[in-house]
Design a protein around this ligand. Structure first.
Ligand code: FAD
Length: 307
């Protein structure tokens, strides 16, 4: 089976989805201003016809976007057939506060939560709220007690900075799944091999839930470096050198960005990966182009062609 996959991928360098077997999801952040809101909806409407399995909306540090995340997720639930997932963190919140947020989602028709511990704003070491969920494992169990949500959790191919060792991080992931989560979405990474090794180690640790790679299409290395440093993702030297000299060439940067991310997805596909989660940063073009290269087409035009 894997030989057949490798042959197919090799025969068609950038074009996968040969059996219509690729599933994608898109992540957005809640907009702050009217202009950003217009941009988000533009992005959403561009990506929506690709029929994502779900789209998710992040939750700002310590609940700072509580209302905006809710408003964005509820609008998607009301206006689109694409199922939305609401990110929810437990840092700096009591159990009662979290449960209330979760109940409001259930009432708004939202059935999928991405359950996260979160980080202390300002970068201080993590400590649990005295009346809160201590970590994501407890949060998952707590959400399941509120309502039968579908729950996704975070995974770290290059290990979470707080973890004692990679195996402890995997054991923590297994506890989150055992507590009721059904899939993991990874932190972004730039080495397909690190993801594939992580997936194999997870399987060897008894994890059989899907682990979906989080793909960050990068067109600005210095911006990405700041985020990558915080979450322990390595930025490879080859990537820095590919963007070298493109500071004044934004269009070329976009083309290089799409090529790098599409090549990463192709290698993941060759390794058996079929689901991809895109960190869109509320912009459609790169994610759309990469999905196109992966063989995805807008659902209505695919139907038109079949007719
Ligand atoms: P946990 O799973 O609780 O683990 C955190 C660390 O603590 C791990 O290293 C784990 O191994 C260790 N640990 C946990 N329990 C134990 C234990 N009992 N003993 C020993 N070690 C333990 N942040 C936001 O603020 N908003 C978002 O919307 C958001 N979305 C995200 C989406 C994805 C897909 C990802 C990958 C991350 C996201 N984050 C978000 C970031 C996330 O909140 C941080 O990475 C946070 O530091 C860890 O969250 P977690 O849910 O992985 O925590």
């Amino acid at each position: 089976n894997s030989l057949a996959e490798a042959r197919r991928a090799a025969a068609s360098p950038l074009f996968a989805n040969l059996d219509g077997d690729i599933g994608v999801s898109f992540e957005f952040f809640p907009p702050k201003t009217e202009k950003m809101e217009a941009q988000l909806w533009d992005t959403f409407r561009t990506l929506e016809p690709l029929a994502p399995r779900f789209v998710s909306v992040t939750y700002g540090a310590g609940g700072s976007t509580r209302e905006r995340t809710h408003a964005t997720v509820a609008r998607i639930a009301a206006e689109s057939a694409v199922p939305p997932a609401a990110h929810l963190t437990c840092v700096e919140a009591s159990r009662a506060e979290i449960n209330e947020v979760a109940e409001a989602y259930w009432e708004a028709g939202v059935r999928h939560i991405v359950a996260l511990r979160g980080d202390v704003p300002g970068g201080a070491p993590y400590s649990a709220h005295p009346e809160g969920y201590a970590n994501a494992v407890e949060l998952v169990a707590g959400l399941k007690a509120v309502a039968p949500f579908e729950i996704s959790v975070a995974a770290y191919p290059e290990t979470h900075p707080d973890a004692d060792c990679p195996q402890a991080d995997l054991d923590n992931l297994k506890r989150k799944l055992d507590a009721g989560a059904t899939r993991a979405i990874t932190q972004f990474f730039f080495s397909p091999d690190s993801f594939l090794r992580f997936r194999d180690k997870a399987a060897a640790s008894g994890i059989d839930a899907p682990i979906i790679p989080g793909i960050l299409p990068v067109s600005n290395v210095s911006q990405t470096r700041r985020i990558a440093d915080m979450c322990g993702t390595a930025i490879p030297a080859w990537m820095v050198s590919l963007f070298d000299g493109l500071d004044d060439h934004p269009a070329a940067r976009q083309l290089v960005a799409a090529t790098i991310a599409a090549e990463m997805c192709r290698r993941l596909y060759a390794g058996g990966v079929r689901d991809f989660h895109f960190y869109t940063l509320n912009r459609a073009e790169l994610s759309y182009a990469i999905c196109h290269l992966l063989g995805l087409r807008p659902v209505s035009s695919a139907k038109d062609q079949a007719a």
